[in-house]
Design a protein around this ligand. Structure first.
Ligand code: G4P
Length: 514
């Protein structure tokens, strides 16, 4: 293949906690041979323990919660497809990390619990995908359990997400009577337990699908749009697979769909330009920085999504925030449980770059220092708190810490136009806990948080008299963010609507480019 980037599938799994993301990830890695069946159960037990321990330690030390990268491969007709799965944290809270991870992928798999349907948080993630035109494959999981009827789930996906759904298979006897899954493409069904024989053929084949299910299957096949690659890639249609991650059902169909349909690395916006994977130099951007991965050394790993070129170990790249090149001697590639030093990497790959704070979220890295990627947004915070300093002599340290941590993307910080107390904003509660413990552990600043009379924030753009009037009227609700940009602190979503209607010349934005 002329462009090696074309064999990459860089994707994320989005779901509500407990929908089965971890289980599905494990099954995908198994299929890709990245982990082995022997000892799977044990590994799983350990992985779970490791995961919860890790999270506890993370919280105690106040370091940011992991969202790692896992790479695995699978052969298709002699061609190796490399899957880069970007994991997003599986806890109740959705932090900005999760959102930013979505800036580094080309597609996503949305996992839905068959019993529960789409939950609000999943919908929010979907909207971020939508915003960035990240196409989505839907996996309705846990069909081996008592769940809602297939049609109801499909209609819910279609309605809630306002897009076409195209089922690619169908559960036979979902829930208590679950028999197996029929794959529309092959016309074959198989069952999850017992000897894994294919027990159902095409309708008229022998053995045949029990008659009680044929009508439903026919309806599912003709009642919804056919799969349309272009519509999927435009984000207007989602192919839907039913399965059971736990019982390893429907997982092969899912992974094959990712290989076959999910887009290869796509061009990334850089101002007016689009940088294609075939661009003649190595470029990439940092979408995540993880500090203190090794508490013995104050190291940070910056995760770079490579956009173009062929990276070679030792190469010199210039980070946009620094202005002078750095040599990248020990880039890290991530496998299921291991890390390796990467000798080469292609567009679509994620490499970890150890550094001591030179690399920041949103930085572009490039050989020629001419490209600047755009489109890594800040999201309007949904929780706002005032920071209360326990020792008033530490204001300087606090400001430095808040600036640093907002740079890293742990929190956003707002400096009100009136009053001295800094306000921090987060998308998820856990970020606040991380903030307080990192302030204490890394900056020796003891602080608490108290309620702020605001519910959300909007970045304001406008000019002239309209802006001046707005500022005069709303002084008590205005703040500057870390970059000095004007922010309206709103008491409620209603407040935002009201001001938007009252000030049609101004724009109120829920996201801001980093
Ligand atoms: P998450 O990462 O999205 O939070 O979900 P996770 O994979 O941890 O799965 C949540 C629970 O759902 C787990 O049960 C898991 O075993 C179960 N599960 C996942 N996929 C399926 C499926 O296809 N069918 C059924 N029946 N269950 C499934 P748990 O009791 O919380 O954990 P465990 O005791 O099984 O480890």
């Amino acid at each position: 293949m002329s462009n090696p980037g074309n064999s990459r599938r860089t994707f994320a799994i989005i779901s509500h906690p407990d929908a089965g993301k971890t289980t599905l990830t494990e099954k995908l890695l198994l299929q890709g041979g990245a982990i082995h069946l022997a000892g799977e159960v044990k590994a799983r037990g350990q992985a779970r323990r490791a995961r919860s321990d890790w999270m506890k330690i993370e919280q105690q030390r106040g370091i940011s919660v992991t969202s790692s990268v896992m790479t695995f491969e699978k052969e298709y007709d002699g061609e190796t497809i490399t899957f880069n799965l970007l994991d997003t944290p599986g806890h109740e809270d959705f932090s900005e990390d999760t959102y930013r991870t979505l800036t580094a992928v080309d597609s996503a798999v949305m996992v839905i619990d068959a019993a529960k349907g789409i939950e609000p948080q999943t919908r929010k993630l979907f909207e971020v995908c939508r915003l960035r035109s990240v196409p989505i494959i839907t996996f309705i999981n846990k069909v081996d359990r008592e769940g809602r009827p297939g049609f109801e789930l499909l209609d819910e996906v279609a309605e809630m997400l306002a897009l076409d759904v195209s089922p690619q298979g169908w559960p036979i006897g979902m829930g208590g009577q679950f028999e197996g899954i029929l794959d529309f493409a092959s016309g074959e069904a198989s069952r999850p337990e017992g000897p894994s024989k294919e027990f159902l053929g095409k309708r008229d084949a022998d053995p045949a699908i029990p008659e009680e299910w044929t009508e439903e299957i026919e309806l599912a096949q003709i009642g919804y749009p056919e799969f349309d690659l272009e519509a999927y890639r435009n984000g207007d249609l989602t192919p839907v697979y039913f399965g059971s991650a736990l019982k390893n059902f429907g997982v092969t169909e899912l992974i094959d769909a990712i290989a076959k349909h999910a887009p290869p690395p796509r061009p990334q916006p850089a101002g007016e330009e689009q940088i294609a994977p075939s661009h003649d130099e190595v470029t990439g951007f940092i979408f995540k920085v993880q500090a203190n991965m090794d508490p013995n050394h104050r190291d940070r790993i910056a995760f770079m999504r490579q956009v173009s070129g062929t990276f070679k170990r030792g190469m010199k790249l210039t980070p946009s925030g620094l202005g002078k090149p750095i040599a990248i001697h020990s880039p890290i590639l991530f496998f299921a449980q291991d890390r390796e030093i990467a000798d080469t990497a292609e567009a679509g790959d994620i490499i970890g770059i150890p550094n001591h704070g030179t690399l920041r979220v949103g930085d572009t890295l490039s050989e020629k220092d001419k490209v600047r990627f755009t489109g890594l947004p800040n999201f309007a915070p949904e929780i706002l708190r005032r920071v209360q300093l326990k020792d008033p002599t530490k204001t300087k340290q606090l400001r430095k810490a808040l600036d640093d941590l907002s740079e890293e993307g742990v929190i956003q910080v707002f400096y009100p136009e009136l009053g001295a107390q800094h306000i921090v904003g987060v998308v998820g509660q856990l970020q606040l806990e991380v903030l307080i413990s990192r302030l204490s552990a890394e900056y020796k600043v003891e602080a608490g948080l108290e309620a702020a009379p605001f519910a959300t924030a909007r970045w304001i753009k406008g000019e002239g008299q309209a802006l001046a009037d707005f500022e005069n009227f709303n002084r008590a609700n205005l703040a500057k963010d870390r970059d000095g940009d004007l922010v309206f602190m709103a008491k409620s979503p209603w407040d935002v609507n009201y001001q938007e209607e009252k000030n049609p010349e101004l724009t109120f934005s829920a996201t801001k480019e980093r």
